[in-house]
Design a protein around this ligand. Structure first.
Ligand code: 4AD
Ligand code: MG
Length: 460
């Protein structure tokens, strides 16, 4: 049985081994060929050394970049290849050839834009291998963090009849024939004849169902795909992204901020402790300040200020922003990044936003104009987490819903949490890909998810 290259690279020389993987490069002369083989288990290749005379010439010709090989040989001490061991090959089987004329990943240093066009092959590059292994490690660490704290992983539905964020940015789910829509007597589309007997969409957030979980199980979290039909072509927005949404009974907004900070620091520490090789590669090739930035987040407490204080700082900054600031405006990424990168030089948690720029469910402050929402702002990214203490009073929640003119037909079950045994509770949503932008140093969100979904892109 073959072993992973990651494991072979750590073994003592001497044994007979089998390695399987894809050729990254082949070089050498007429006597000896050096093949760099990678199987995705690590950023590091294993070097395979072949005495040319001992192999069929036609076979060695098929050993080109991208070809898939099974190599048998002896693990020997390596002189000068930068790693402890290499394989002295006794036999090579070419499992799959890759025509050098057409295989697109020939030379190194392709642009990120080009690699997006070949998203089916880009996991074979060093950069995407590193990013995808870190993505896996972060997903695992998220489950570990919550499991160790006794949170229950709650699976919330992807198809829903409610719009949690109330922004109307939902993708419709229907089996009706668009060429032949059933109509009501008033001439509207008759969704009672649709698959679910009502109008449905892909979820923008699992929060509302998460709150049902928290008011029964105590502490829950969701971790799954969410969908937003917002036409935002930015390096920080996807139409399909993954979100982690914990929801905690009996947490107030201060407990909430403590958990937000602890959670992100845990994940960053986990990456530093467990993804060293991949981070070292990204630090060298993508962003020279990456590891320093990750360490610096661990060392400093996050700043906690109110939205109103932030507006004062921005107004006093003397900066000319593209979007001018005044109390009541929604903060843009340029404002968020000014606070984090220029003014404070560390992550910032903003609280007490104007109620008119936040969703209906946030706990209302006594001032009548702000709510207990929190956004966590990060260097290079801006908003990485959005969360809040929830409005637990049925009366106040109903008043806010009426004020916003929301349709409550599909929210009766949500309001029951406030009707029966309501409790103070809080929760937040961390955008998984925004976290990965921070942890990997990549600059475009399309490059931290295997198959990005953005406006006009849904290939692969
Ligand atoms: O701030 P948002 O919209 O909050 C919610 O959805 C709440 N229901 C969360 C909660 O309290 N349970 O989104 C939360 C986070 C953002 O801070 C951001 O990191 C990420 O989700 N996010 C996106 N990530 C990628 N592409 C997009 N289009 C995103 N929209 C939000
Ligand atoms: Mg938000």
């Amino acid at each position: 049985m073959h072993k992973k290259i990651k494991q072979l690279l750590q073994e003592a020389p001497g044994s007979e081994v089998i390695a399987k993987g894809w050729v990254r490069t082949k070089r050498g002369n007429k006597n000896v060929a050096f093949i760099a083989l990678n199987d995705g288990s690590t950023i590091n290749n294993i070097q395979v050394v072949c005495e040319v005379a001992a192999f069929d010439e036609e076979l060695l010709k098929q050993v080109t970049t991208g070809a898939c090989l099974a190599v048998k040989g002896k693990l020997v001490e390596s002189i000068g290849s930068g790693q402890a061991v290499e394989i002295q090959a006794s036999s090579i089987e070419v499992l799959g050839t890759a025509d050098p004329e057409t295989y697109p990943l020939q030379k190194k240093g392709h642009s990120m834009e080009f690699l997006r066009e070949i998203a089916h092959l880009r996991p074979r590059t060093n950069t995407f291998g590193a990013v995808l292994r870190i993505r896996h490690a972060m997903a695992f660490a998220i489950h570990k963090f919550f499991n160790d704290k006794g949170f229950v992983y709650l699976h919330t539905p992807l198809i829903t009849a409610s719009d949690c964020e109330g922004a109307g940015e939902m993708f419709q789910v229907t089996t009706l024939d668009p060429e032949n829509l059933p109509r009501t007597e008033e001439g509207k589309v008759d969704y009672s004849q649709d698959f679910f007997g009502r109008f449905t969409s892909l979820t923008v957030s699992g929060q509302l169902e998460g709150e049902l979980g928290a008011t029964a199980l105590g502490d829950i979290y969701t971790f799954g795909p969410t969908f937003r039909a917002e036409n935002s072509n930015t390096p920080r927005h996807l139409a399909e992204f993954w979100m982690i949404e914990p929801e905690m009974a009996f947490y107030d907004v201060n407990d909430l901020m403590d958990l937000e900070e602890e959670f992100i620091k845990y994940l960053v520490r986990y990456a530093l402790d467990n993804c060293g090789d991949d981070l070292a590669f990204l630090n060298k090739m993508i962003d020279n300040e990456l590891i320093d930035r990750l360490r610096s987040v661990l060392d400093t407490p996050f700043v906690r200020i109110t939205y109103t204080e932030a507006i004062d700082i921005l107004s006093a900054s003397g900066r000319k922003f593209e979007f001018p600031v005044s109390w009541g405006v929604d903060l843009q990424s340029e404002h968020e990044r000014y606070l984090v990168e220029q003014h404070f030089g560390r992550p910032v948690i903003l609280t007490d936003y104007p109620k008119d720029i936040k969703a209906f469910y946030m706990k209302q402050n006594d001032d009548g104009r702000t709510v207990r929402g929190t956004d966590v702002l990060f260097p290079k990214i801006g908003e990485i987490i959005g969360g809040s203490e929830r409005e637990s009073s049925l009366e106040k929640l109903n008043a806010r819903i009426a004020e916003l003119g929301m349709d409550t037909t599909n929210l009766w079950w949500y309001l029951d949490t406030r009707r029966f045994g309501t409790c103070p509770h809080s929760g937040f949503g961390l955008g998984f890909e925004r976290l990965l932008l921070f942890v990997t140093g990549m600059s475009n969100i399309r490059d931290v998810i295997p198959f990005p979904r953005t406006p006009k892109t849904a290939e692969f």
